[in-house]
Design a protein around this ligand. Sequence first.
Ligand code: ZN
Length: 272
Amino acid sequence: MAVLCLSAYTRKQKMTSVRRLYVLLCGFEILPKTISTRGLGSHLILSEPVCAYLLDTDQGWTLLDAGMNPDYLATPENREKYFGQHGMTCPVIRKPHLMETQLEQIGITFEDISHVIISHLHFDHCGYLGRLKHAKISIQQCEHAFAFSDEAGVAYFRSDYDMPELDWDLRSGDWEAVPGLSLISTRGHTQGHQSAIVQLPNHGTVILPFDVGDLAENFEHEILPGESCDDEASLAAIRRIKSIRDSTDGEIFLFHDPVAIQAMRLAPAFYD
Ligand SMILES: [Zn+2]
């Protein structure tokens, strides 16, 4: 009996090709809380982390979202152009937040990353695509189309992703990248937002909702994000993430929550 149990457990272990998940902390955004929680906390300014996730898989290194581009903060002119003139406070990016710094600590370079998966094309999710022209970049087709349209709002920095050399892989709906890494459509915050479900060998299921809900309270109290292209879809996305968490006994890793980030294992430490 003990042997049977052990073999079942071993089989379960082999169901994923993901070996490790690294949480990269890429800097902080300074924003009114209402950006994260619709209509709640208009007098509060939060310092929210921006993350990216790096997966070590049997098929190579995969990056989920691509941080913020530090070049936008490099000169006073850039700070004004990208943030000041839109009434936005500049993000904070220190040396430990730079992606190259973190990759070096892990022992790889940008060239080792063969696959990039983008939740959506807001500037805090795709800042390093210019360093990843050799990689396949997967995104939902409708997010890609919207980001290149005239309707894209101020959070879309076209210079982050409008490069002819980028190797786009356009997807529609739910899909599997490799065994143990699934992407699900969570349209609502933007036209083609997608989220990730990662199966880790020991830690179990990790759900990465990106901007479906920035803060824990978005999920606890089903509070819509500040920006949404479709409120009904945004609420459905929040509920979909919760239902996956409950059915898999999984853990949600929040992308923008200033409290949750303090308890997370940050790269070069990892989850396996
Ligand atoms: Zn974001």
